[in-house]
Design a protein around this ligand. Structure first.
Ligand SMILES: Cc1cc2nc3c(=O)[nH]c(=O)nc-3n(C[C@H](O)[C@H](O)[C@H](O)COP(=O)(O)OP(=O)(O)OC[C@H]3O[C@@H](n4cnc5c(N)ncnc54)[C@H](O)[C@@H]3O)c2cc1C
Length: 411
C-alpha cells in the first residue's frame, strides 16, 4: 500500500508490517520505537501515514463472535464494514448505521468517528462497547464502556493503542427502503432542514452550489414507515440515481422504494464497485444542528467559488455523543460535506470554507482534508486536553504518533 485510496497521500513508511496473529503484532509493537496502525487507507489526509513501521491487520484471523445476551458482536479490527454486515445479516443481526461506503475497516472508521446519517443515529464509534488494544510495551488491554477513560479510547486517532478487536452493539436485522426526491432547492432545504432530516431513519441532501441548482433528498425509511408522495417541491425519482450529477447509478444501492436488508440500503454505494467518483478529495465540517440553516446561508456567499471545483456536497445529520475526540461530542450535528475534484486548488478553497464556517464553531472530520490550526482545534474540541493527557499516560514516548497527530495535538 503506497498511497491512500484517493492517491493524494504517498505513504512514507520504512516498513509495512502485516502480522498474522496477536502475538506477532505484540512483538512488532514492543520492538519498534515508532509504529502506526493503518486500516483500509480511505482517509484523505496524512492521519494514517508514518515514516516508521505501518501496521496492517488484514492478515489477522477474521471471524465474528455474537453474544446474544449482551447483544454485541466481537469484530476483528481489520474487518471491513461490508464483510461484517453480511456476516451479521446472515445470522439475523444488524448494526445501527453505516457510512456511505462499506469498503472501510471497522477500527479505521471508529478511530476517526466515521458516520452515516440520521437525527437519532450517533456516529459508528457510538456502537463500540469495548475495545482490545495492544499498548506500546506490547501488552494487551481491554477497556469497556463504564470504565474510566473509555470515552477517550474509542475515537483514538491511532493514538490509544493498536486495536485488535471491538465489541459493537447489535440489534435484530431490519429492512430499509430508499427513496430519492428530486428538485429540492437549497432555499427550501435550509428553511425546512429539521423536518427534512427527520423524515426517515437516515436522510442525506445532495446538492451542487449552482445558482439555480436543485438538489436531491436521499431518504432511507426503516420498514414500517412510509415515504410521502412529495416533499415540499421535490418528487420521487422515476429511475435510479448516483449522488454525483451525471454518473451511472450502477454502483449505488437499491432505490425506488424497494425494501431490503439494512446493509444493502444504508450505504449509498455497493461493496463490489468503486464508491463515489474515485478521482476526488473530500472534506467535511460539522456545525450544531440548530445553526445549520444559517451556516448554509453563509456558504451561499461563496457558492460560485465552491462550485468551480466541486463534484457534489452532501449534508447529513449525526446525533450527539460523549466520545472525547468525536466532532459530534455533546452536539447534535449537521455535517456539510464536500466531494471536491482532485485539484490542488481544493486546499486553498478549504481555508475559505473554514473561514466562512468558523463563526459557527465548526469541527472538522478528522479523516478528511482540513487546515484548522491547533489553537482553533483546541477551542472547539472541549475534551482535547483530557485526550492529550490520556495519550501521554498510555504512550509516554509517543510511539503511536505521527506528524499529523503531533500537529493536531500541539505536541
Ligand atoms: C469514497 C469515500 C467515502 C467516504 N464516506 C464517508 C462517510 O460516509 N462518512 C464518514 O464519516 N467518512 C467517510 N469517508 C472517510 C473514511 O471513512 C474515514 O476517513 C475512515 O477513517 C477510513 O477508514 P480506514 O479503515 O480506511 O482508516 P485509515 O485511513 O487506514 O486510518 C484512519 C485512522 O485509523 C487508525 N487505525 C486504523 N486501524 C487501526 C487499528 N487497528 N487500531 C488503531 N487505530 C487504527 C489509523 O491510525 C488512522 O489514524 C469516506 C472516504 C471515502 C474514500
Amino acid at each position: 500500500m503506497s498511497a491512500n485510496w484517493s492517491g493524494t497521500v504517498n505513504f512514507q513508511d520504512s516498513t509495512f508490517a502485516e502480522p498474522a496473529s496477536i502475538s506477532e503484532l505484540q512483538e512488532i509493537i514492543s520492538a519498534s520505537p515508532k509504529v502506526r496502525a493503518r486500516g483500509s487507507a480511505h482517509c484523505f489526509n496524512e492521519i494514517a501515514d508514518t515514516t516508521a513501521v505501518a501496521i496492517s491487520l488484514h492478515k489477522m484471523p477474521g471471524k465474528i463472535e455474537i453474544n446474544k445476551e449482551s447483544q454485541t458482536v466481537r469484530v476483528p479490527a481489520g474487518m471491513k464494514y461490508g464483510e461484517l454486515a453480511v456476516a451479521l445479516h446472515e445470522r439475523g443481526w444488524a448494526i445501527h448505521n453505516m457510512a456511505s461506503l462499506p469498503h472501510i475497516s471497522v477500527a479505521g472508521a471508529v478511530a476517526t468517528a466515521t458516520h452515516g446519517s440520521g437525527v437519532g443515529n450517533g456516529n459508528l464509534a457510538t456502537a463500540v462497547r469495548s475495545l482490545e488494544v495492544v499498548l506500546p510495551d506490547g501488552s494487551l488491554k481491554r477497556i469497556s464502556k463504564g470504565e474510566t477513560n473509555f470515552e477517550g479510547f474509542v475515537v483514538g486517532l491511532g493514538l490509544t493503542g493498536v486495536v485488535v478487536n471491538l465489541d459493537l452493539a447489535i440489534e435484530p436485522t431490519f429492512n430499509v427502503a430508499q427513496t430519492v426526491y428530486r428538485g429540492m432547492s437549497r432555499e427550501s432545504y435550509a428553511a425546512n432542514l429539521d423536518q427534512i432530516m427527520s423524515l426517515a431513519y437516515s436522510v442525506s441532501y445532495f446538492t451542487t452550489w449552482a445558482a439555480a441548482g436543485r438538489g436531491e433528498v436521499w431518504a432511507k425509511f426503516k420498514s414500517g414507515t412510509t415515504a410521502p408522495a412529495e416533499l415540499f417541491e421535490a418528487y420521487p425519482a422515476t429511475s435510479n440515481r448516483h449522488p454525483l450529477p451525471g454518473l451511472n447509478p450502477e454502483p449505488c444501492t437499491e432505490q425506488m422504494a424497494v425494501s431490503g436488508p439494512w446493509h444493502l440500503r444504508l450505504p449509498h454505494f455497493k461493496m463490489e464497485f468503486t464508491p463515489s467518483a474515485g478521482d476526488e478529495i473530500q472534506s467535511e465540517f460539522f456545525v450544531a444542528r440548530k445553526d445549520a440553516p444559517t451556516a448554509i446561508a453563509a456558504l451561499e456567499k461563496i457558492a460560485p467559488q465552491i462550485n468551480e471545483i466541486l463534484w457534489v456536497t452532501e449534508i447529513r445529520a449525526i446525533a450527539a455523543d460523549d466520545l472525547w475526540m468525536s466532532p459530534h461530542y455533546q452536539r447534535d450535528s449537521i455535517g456539510i460535506h464536500f466531494t471536491w475534484k482532485k485539484l490542488n486548488a481544493v486546499y486553498e478553497m478549504v481555508k475559505v470554507v473554514e473561514a466562512t464556517l468558523a463563526p459557527f464553531d465548526y469541527r472538522p472530520h478528522l479523516g478528511k482534508v482540513f487546515s484548522a490550526s491547533p489553537e482553533y482545534f483546541k477551542a472547539v474540541m472541549p475534551k482535547l486536553d483530557d485526550f492529550r493527557k490520556l495519550v501521554a499516560e498510555i504512550d509516554p514516548t509517543n510511539k503511536f504518533g505521527n506528524k499529523f497527530t503531533d500537529n493536531l495535538l500541539g505536541i
